[in-house]
Design a protein around this ligand. Structure first.
Ligand code: TYM
Length: 334
């Protein structure tokens, strides 16, 4: 609790360009929850270097992502929007938690298996202990709730396990966080292969709609979206392509899948795809416009980066001191 408010933490990687999966599965919910909670939203650049990055490009993307958080509607005066690398407590707590995490647990992580298959030439220890750093992110702020897409659930579970294990040894040190998964949009699928998650790192640009895509590109990608030959708009497992489009439309319009089925009853796939494209364009347009405005205001963004790093450091240090004392590190002489 901070000022009688429960704490919310979430983060995104500045690797690649954000997709509507990131937006509908996470960022949109962050905005909706931001009034109710004391929020920490991190640009998790420490996580990004688990795969090789071009330094200049990483710096540029991280700043764009931080700006995008604000453009999406998060008030940076009320929400702590900051770079993970500006708060050394993340790495310090991560080390301590490494010593309370089992190899066997980390071996079971599906993201590690997927990423090591993809980056077979660089299966580094950071990639393996990635979930521990994520646990540190969350536990450092005594977080109550973590809004994420479904793909992060396994990491949330291991975070809870680590926290419970630590608390069982040392007493009530960490708040046990709960995941928050949105009702719609928690798993947006690829437009080209709708049984696969839409991902920033997909090599096929038509598979993902990016947050900064212009309207023509968005409409074109939806027109090309893979569907089926059943010619009926139904929300079923047998029609993963159509189901995904219904999810996207629902997340953008607030309508339930049943309402969407009704709205498009008897209509063709062409009409439906255009409607989905238009719904996405109208959600993204204001975000893009704000982004381009904000990006120009270097002084404002710099001041947010500075102020919020200080705020995050203040809360992170509180938890870190407590943990260091519990595990037996000597107190610093001041
Ligand atoms: P990342 O950067 O891969 O994704 C950011 C958020 O977007 C969600 N997401 C999706 N939601 C729905 N459909 C999709 N196709 C889709 N793709 C991505 C993710 O679930 C996530 O919520 N490890 C995390 C970042 C992280 C973090 C944390 C998150 C680091 N520390 C602490 C929460 C708490 C990641 O790589 O997310």
């Amino acid at each position: 609790m901070i000022d009688n408010k429960k704490v919310l933490f979430s983060g995104m990687q500045a690797t690649g360009t954000l997709t509507i999966g990131n937006y509908l599965g996470a960022l949109k919910n962050w905005v909706a929850l931001s009034e109710e909670y004391e929020c920490f939203y991190s640009v998790v650049d420490l996580h990004s270097i688990t795969v090789r990055q071009d330094p200049a490009e990483l710096r540029k993307r991280a700043r764009a992502l931080l700006t995008l958080y604000i453009a999406a509607g998060l008030d940076p005066k009320k929400n702590c929007i900051y770079y993970q690398s500006h708060v050394s407590g993340h790495a310090e707590l991560s080390w301590i938690l490494n010593c309370f995490t089992y190899m066997g647990e980390l071996n079971r992580m599906t993201q590690f298996k997927d990423k090591s298959a993809k980056h077979a030439d660089n299966i580094n220890a950071g990639l393996f202990t990635y979930p521990v750093l994520m646990a540190a992110d969350i536990l450092l702020y005594q977080t109550d709730v973590v809004p994420v897409g479904i793909d992060q659930m396994q990491h949330l579970e291991i975070t809870r396990d680590i926290a419970q294990r630590f608390n069982a040894i040392y007493g009530d040190v960490f708040t046990i966080p709960e995941p928050y998964i949105g009702k719609v949009g928690a798993k947006i699928m690829s437009l080209q292969d709708p049984v696969k998650k839409m991902s920033k790192s997909d090599e096929n640009p038509n598979a993902s709609v990016y947050l900064m895509d212009d309207p023509d590109t968005i409409m074109r990608k939806f027109k090309r979206a893979v569907t089926d030959s059943l010619a009926t708009i139904r929300y079923t497992e047998e029609q993963p392509g159509i189901r995904n489009l219904i999810d996207i439309y629902s997340a953008c319009t607030g309508k339930t899948p049943a309402e969407v089925e009704k709205e498009f009853d008897g209509k063709g796939y062409g009409d439906f795809k255009s409607a989905v494209g238009e719904a996405v364009v109208s959600v993204l347009k204001p975000v893009q416009e704000r982004f381009y405005e904000l990006e120009k205001d270097k002084t404002f963004i710099d001041s947010i980066i500075k102020e919020n790093a200080e705020k995050a450091n203040y809360f992170a240090t509180k938890t870190l001191r407590k943990v260091q004392k519990k595990v037996g590190f000597p107190e610093k002489i001041r």
